[in-house]
Design a protein around this ligand. Structure first.
Ligand SMILES: C[S@@+](CC[C@H](N)C(=O)[O-])C[C@H]1O[C@@H](n2cnc3c(N)ncnc32)[C@H](O)[C@@H]1O
Length: 249
């Protein structure tokens, strides 16, 4: 578990955080907690930022309980946010059979980058070979105790600049209750923000992961160009660093 991660692109931790995180990873790998109790005790090892993320997504999800439509996640990577959102759906609205959660990703990292992307390179944030199949299985296991009348989750593989407009064409019934944009880069963020517009309603929540973050300036540029900063009420979350959101009014 301590070998270098070939898929990491950025480590924002300082030295003492790095050491503490490495120690927790060792603690998890050597955990004496029996397997049948491990899943319920994972918060013992989870990072503060992982816990903050749950609170953040929970605060957004609460806002869409009365809004019809799907939850779209742009930028899935290992599936952390999808898993949190799926659990929130199950906890907060088990009866909402119409709430789909759709994840979009290349599953091979950034397809390309521009000068607005803070020096990020193509292939950054990649995952392991055919990871989408592993993730689909895990999400199915997570969903195992829910009664599903029809599939309420989907992974759309490929560059969102192409896959999202095509997916919208194939799903004319789409209303977006929440879109969570975490592709980090200018081009795909702009493409998604633009393509979304005809599918939102008053109350739709648009969450964005790196707004006002110098490491990925392209997300903020895309937001400014697509929606206009003065035309939205951009709010930050109190639980994690740069994630922000606005509600369509
Ligand atoms: C920071 S990660 C997303 C993290 C994720 N939200 C989570 O739950 O951990 C960024 C992801 O965006 C994806 N991505 C970036 N540009 C993309 C594009 N044009 N089309 C599809 N996926 C893209 C990358 O493959 C990567 O998995």
């Amino acid at each position: 578990m301590s070998s270098p991660n070939p898929h990491a692109i950025r480590q924002p931790w300082n030295e003492s955080q790095e050491a503490a995180r490495a120690a927790l990873v060792r603690d998890l790998a050597a955990s004496p907690i029996p397997p049948d109790e491990l899943l319920d005790n994972l918060p013992l090892y989870a990072s503060r930022s992982a816990m903050g993320r749950i609170l953040h997504l929970h605060s957004l999800y609460e806002r869409i309980l009365d809004v019809h439509g799907a939850v779209l996640v742009f930028g899935v990577r290992w599936g952390r946010d999808l898993a949190i959102l799926q659990a929130l759906r199950s906890l907060l609205e088990p009866g909402n059979a119409a709430r789909k959660i759709i994840g979009f990703d290349t599953f091979s990292g950034f397809p390309s980058t521009t000068s607005l992307d803070g020096g990020a390179a193509a292939g950054g944030y990649g995952v392991t070979e055919a990871y989408q199949d592993v993730l689909a299985e895990v999400l199915e296991h997570r969903d195992g105790d829910e009664q599903n009348l029809y599939p309420r989750r989907e992974l759309v593989v490929g560059d969102v600049v192409e896959t999202f407009p095509k997916w919208l064409e194939e799903h004319p019934e789409t209303i977006v209750a929440m879109a969570y944009l975490d592709v980090d880069l200018y081009e795909p963020t702009k493409a998604c923000l633009d393509a979304l517009k005809p599918y939102v309603t008053r109350g739709t929540v648009i969450g964005m992961d790196e707004v006002a973050f110098h490491g990925f300036p392209g997300e903020t540029v895309a937001l400014r160009e697509s929606w206009g900063l003065a035309d939205i009420r951009l709010q930050r979350t109190r639980y994690v660093g740069s994630p922000s959101f606005f509600v369509v009014e």
